[in-house]
Design a protein around this ligand. Sequence first.
Ligand code: IPD
Ligand code: CA
Ligand code: CA
Length: 267
Amino acid sequence: MTDAPDNAELMRTAELVAREAGDLIRSAVTVSVAATKSSGVDLVTEVDQAAEALIRRRLAELRPEDGVLGEEEGRHEGTSGLVWVVDPIDGTTNFVYGLPSYSVSVAVARADDEDPYAWTLLAGAVHAPATGRTWTAGRGIGAYAESERLTVAGAASLDTALAGTGFAYTAERRAGQARVLTEVLPRVRDIRRLGSAAVDLCLVAEGRLDVFFEQYLNPWDMAAGALTVTEAGGVVERLGTGVNAVTVAGPPALVADLVGVLRPLLD
Ligand code: IPD
Ligand code: CA
Ligand code: CA
């Protein structure tokens, strides 16, 4: 065991490797779909795989004692008790279609629970290669877009809230999400489905979305973004357990109101 690093240093490392992966993604000239995953609409490209490989290689150099949990290659155990939670491209569908809302999401957590969703998040970075925008957060040191400190919107009420959401890849899960949407849509200002949960959470942190909800997120979709929301003064609630939970993020009062709408729909 080495001395515990400070969260600012971890935040800088998260940003560094996310930007390096972003450079690789930006320089990828052609995008060829390497495979599909959970269903025929769940794409993975060679660029997703190369970006995760780069992040793992860099973390092995910079933080050799830490573990890694990444979307493409799974869990690698470390010895330090810290685990990096990595989505090399969050929003692959946008990436493949040339739409800008996709990101590299890198977080580091203390793996103090069997459940990765319950790990203590220490630092994270979300980097959107197409726009160059980068959000960072460190436990106890705030959330930032570049050097600007972020605060969630003071949004008034649910009926004037712009809500972000997203959908899973299987038809069965989507059918359930569509039923929930029919109840939420009439109660909010509008809905946005932008295509990268990590970016959506950062947009909540900077008040460009008022609130966010999505069921079936994986730890790597949300780790960096969730810390960005809480460090910006928001809350992240999970209704349910594991991957089946609905994640709700935003200012405390709005999250409470949206949870009030969602909870009865999930029983
Ligand atoms: C997806 C994106 C999307 C969300 C899906 C995720 P991927 O991640 O975050 O916004 O709605 O639930 O799976 O597959 O592009 O890494
Ligand atoms: Ca993802
Ligand atoms: Ca991904």
